[in-house]
Every structure is written in structure tokens, then in C-alpha cells.
Design a protein around this ligand. Structure first.
Ligand code: SF4
Length: 495
């Protein structure tokens, strides 16, 4: 279905939540453009505003209804305007959304992204709200058209859904059971991206270590990493998120032996206390977690490891919290996404006894953050004097002094701000720099920069003539619009 040129409508997708949602929003933009919509210009209110929602965050629904309320006057004054709500909160609240906000035109769920253009059209023709939610996946989202945010780095979904039942997490009830995409389809998409100039892909799933179980190959994820190693021109492969319970040594071997798989691992810990891990229904214990880290470091001594941790889960004692601090001390994470537990309606943990008072959670959180900051800074200081290859990111970098700096990510995903020399690289180019200073959350390189121009940089330059990509808006969550190599909490994080 297409809209004719004279009636071409503008769109904007507003994204909340995890990488899975960011990637889904690329699909939504691709679908809308395929149907003839064009991205709204900066500052312009679009004819079609799509909210791709997240149900994980506390008060997510209040924020959504607040934002819908803000749009109501614009909708009254522009009869062409349509508002659509999709994503996890739509899957959870279903018809409730049009009861609470009757000016919403379309509600769609996590399993039927592809229906959005048809639902918008139907709402226009019939003059009434369309609510369509499916209980299971109709079509793997990666087979839908995509409008990618970045010319040099891309997400590639390998699975959707999750078979685990972590008691703090709403994902399984909203995204359904894990569905794995066939390796041939994943690799074909990666090859297409590389042909378009992409240098870095991040393989995305709620639990990448169980990839393949659905089609009977428990070793499929390691094989997939190795197969990515055979793709000419693909310089960096990352993945998120692995689950410690399903992590197998063949994946470590594949990481270590495949040159373009980066020595970087984001593996959620959530808690260092066995008692709490059990209450969270996370089927590993601290010993197993630390064992994986030990084997990763034995195979890749330069690996940068990051994690997600929840503080103040119901029933957490000071002893439990100390167990978490112990694991943090032993793990030497490059960085950690730390979350204060808060009740998420619809999850088993929401009704558990022993919810921890906010003051206690806050105090523990501050101690954890202080410890991790110290470790992050110590680990970053070890990088001073090292020569790193950095993939240049979009944006101006830091402007805190007279030196012009750009920013990018090293192979291990550390953020590097480097001084620009005579040859200014483009986003997507590679530069080689020497680290001269370390802060807890970034590195600085002030010396000479050698620039390697890449096809990704050429592609970025070519895109500068094209209309700007659809904007993302954040409500304090990881947001669309950043290159995928920027670390955010894992796809199955508690954020
Ligand atoms: S936290 Fe991750 S592994 Fe656990 S249920 Fe949620 S998505 Fe699955």
C-alpha cells in the first residue's frame, strides 16, 4: 500500500526502552517509508506519530498517557494527524489505551509490527480507532523493511522472545517464547548490510546463548559467530545479551578464534547472592558467573566485560548485597548498568513480601556505583599508552577545551575522545590513536591520529544529501539515534 505523492504524510517514531525496541523502530520507519510516508523534519509535528513503548520502566504508563495528552491539541488542530501506539506497553494495556486516550488512532503489539501501515490506512478510511494485537509472532521482524539509523553499524536480530521466567521481568509475557531466525537468513542480512558499507553488526536477542535450541542446534550461536568471521568487509561483530545459565565454552572459543568478533562481553549478573538469584529465578549462581569470566579472560586477556545489576530486589539483605559487591570486585567490570529495583506491575516480584525501603535501596545503590566507578577508572587507566583502533561515531565529540575532538568506540567498546588532526575523519572511518588520559567512563587521545577512510565513511557522506532520519525521543531511557556500538543495558536488562 502506498500513499500518493500529493498526500505524502510525514512520520516520527518515538522510541522507549531497550535495543530490541530501538531495532523495532528501525523496522517501523522502514515500513512507513515503504508505504510512502516521509520522515518529519526537525521541530515539525509529524502527521503520524508512532510511540514504540516499553513496559519495563516504572511509571511507563503514566509517561505514555502524559505524552499522548500533550499531543492532543496538535491532533485537534490537524485533522490529518494520526497517533499510533505499539511496543510492550501496547501489548500489555491493549484496548485500555484507546479507552484512556480516545484520540489514539492505532494500537498494535509486539507481534504484528508489519500491520502498522494497513492499520493507519484502515483507521483513516473507517474513521475509528484500530486495535490489533496478536498473541504470537506473525512474521519475524527482521524480514520487514528497515530504515537504519547508522551507515556504519547495525543491529541484526537473531531471535525474539524469551523462554526464561525471571521474576522481575515482563518480557516473556509481552514478547512471548523465544523464536529463532535461521542462520542463513541472519547471514544474508549481515552480508547485505556489509554490501551497503556497514562495518559493525551487533547480533541481538533476549538470550543469545539459547539461539538454535528451537531448531535443534545447541551450538548454533558459536557457529553463527564463526560464520560472521567469513564475511569479507565485516570488521566488528558484537552481541547482546548472553545469559550466564546457557553460556557454553564453544562461544568463548568462537569469540577468541574469530578475528572480527570483538573481545567484549556484556553479561547480566543481576545479583551476586545465590539466594537472591534463586528468588529472581535466574538459574545460575555466582560461582558459575565468575567461572565464565575466568575462562573468557584466559582466552582473551584484553576482553572488556560489562554487566547489569539490580539493587534492592525484594528480600535483599545486607549480606546478599555484600555478595554482589564481592562478585563486582572479582569481576573487574569495565562498566556496569546498575538499577534500583522498583515494582513492575505484572511481574511475580511485584507481589513478593519484603519489598526493600527506598532509602535502603538508594544507599546500597550509591555504594555499588562508587565501587564500580573506582574499578572502571582503574581498568581505564590501564589503557593509557595503548594504541587503539577507533570506529568514528556521529556527533561532535567533546567541546570542553580549545581542542576539537571527535568520539568513537575502540574494539572493546570503550568510548574514546580523540583530538582531530589535519585529516578529519568521517563517521564510519577508522582512526588509530594513542590513549593519553583515562576517566572512569571514557578515554582521551591527544596525540597524532592516523585515519583509514572506509566504505562506511563513504556511505555516511552519501547519506548527508538524504533527508535526516526520524528522530528518537528519550524519557530517560536508552534512546534511538545513537550508533549501535554505544553500550546500553542488555536486551534483557532490568532497565
Ligand atoms: S531478564 Fe532476560 S532472560 Fe530473564 S526473562 Fe527477562 S528477557 Fe528473559
Amino acid at each position: 500500500m502506498t500513499v500518493t505523492q500529493e498526500s505524502a504524510r510525514t512520520y516520527e517514531v518515538r522510541t522507549y526502552g531497550c535495543q530490541m525496541n530501538v531495532h523495532d523502530s528501525e523496522r517501523l520507519s522502514g515500513l512507513l517509508e515503504d508505504a510512502g510516508y516521509v520522515a518529519a523534519a526537525d521541530g515539525e509535528t509529524a502527521d503520524v506519530v508512532v510511540f514504540n513503548t516499553c513496559a519495563v520502566r516504572e511509571n511507563a504508563d503514566n509517561r505514555l498517557y502524559g505524552n499522548l495528552g500533550h499531543l492532543r491539541p496538535a491532533k485537534v488542530s490537524n485533522p490529518r494527524m494520526q497517533i499510533a501506539v505499539g511496543g510492550c506497553l501496547a501489548q500489555k494495556d491493549q484496548g485500555e489505551i484507546v479507552r484512556k486516550a480516545p484520540w489514539v488512532d492505532v494500537v498494535f503489539g509486539t507481534h504484528n509490527l508489519g500491520a502498522l501501515p494497513v492499520l493507519l490506512e484502515r483507521a483513516r478510511i473507517q474513521g475509528e480507532a484500530q486495535v490489533e494485537l496478536k498473541e504470537s509472532l506473525e512474521v519475524f521482524p527482521s524480514t520487514l523493511p528497515t530504515k537504519r539509523e547508522s551507515a556504519y553499524a547495525a543491529w541484526v536480530a537473531i531471535s525474539v522472545g524469551c523462554n526464561n521466567t525471571c521474576t522481575f521481568c515482563i518480557v516473556p509475557s509481552l514478547r512471548g517464547k523465544e523464536k529463532d531466525r535461521r542462520p542463513g537468513d541472519v547471514l544474508a542480512e549481515v552480508q547485505t548490510l556489509v554490501d551497503q558499507g556497514v562495518l559493525e553488526v551487533t547480533l541481538l536477542g533476549q538470550n543469545v546463548n539459547t539461539y538454535g535450541v528451537e531448531f535443534g542446534d545447541r551450538l548454533a550461536f558459536g557457529k553463527l559467530l564463526r560464520a560472521c568471521g567469513d564475511i569479507d568487509g565485516l570488521e566488528r561483530v558484537r552481541f547482546t545479551s548472553p545469559h550466564p545459565a546457557a553460556f557454553t565454552d564453544d562461544v568463548i572459543a568462537a569469540m577468541a578464534e574469530t578475528p572480527n568478533v570483538m573481545h567484549q562481553l556484556h553479561m547480566p549478573l543481576q545479583s551476586g547472592s545465590s539466594r537472591l538469584l534463586k528468588a529472581m529465578r535466574r538459574s545460575y549462581r555466582a560461582e558459575r558467573y565468575l567461572g565464565i569470566i575466568e575462562r573468557v579472560r584466559a582466552a582473551m586477556p584484553d576482553a572488556a566485560i560489562s554487566t547489569d545489576i539490580i539493587v534492592g530486589f525484594p528480600g535483599e539483605t545486607e549480606e546478599d548485597f555484600q555478595a554482589t559487591l564481592d562478585v563486582v570486585r572479582q569481576s573487574r567490570f569495565a562498566n556496569a548498568f546498575t538499577f534500583q529495583y522498583s515494582i513492575r506491575p505484572g511481574t511475580p516480584a511485584a507481589t513478593m513480601d519484603d519489598q526493600i525501603p527506598k532509602k535502603v535501596v538508594q544507599e546500597r545503590y550509591e555504594r555499588l556505583v562508587a565501587l564500580q566507578e573506582e574499578i572502571s577508572w582503574e581498568e581505564n587507566r590501564k589503557q593509557v599508552g595503548r594504541t587503539l583502533e577507533v570506529l568514528v561515531a556521529e556527533g561532535e565529540g567533546r567541546k570542553d577545551d580549545v581542542t576539537r575532538r571527535l568520539s568513537g568506540r575502540a574494539a572493546d567498546n570503550r568510548l574514546v575522545h580523540f583530538a582531530v588532526g589535519d585529516h578529519v575523519p568521517r563517521p564510519g572511518d577508522m582512526v588509530t590513536v594513542e590513549v593519553t588520559y583515562a576517566a572512569p567512563h571514557h578515554l582521551v587521545a591527544d596525540g597524532p591520529v592516523s585515519v583509514r577512510r572506509t566504505r562506511a565513511g563513504d556511505a555516511w557522506e552519501a547519506r548527508q544529501g538524504a533527508p535526516a532520519p526520524a528522530k528518537g525521543v528519550s524519557l530517560g531511557m536508552p534512546t534511538i539515534g545513537r550508533p549501535p556500538s554505544v553500550p546500553t543495558a542488555g536486551a534483557c536488562s532490568a532497565s
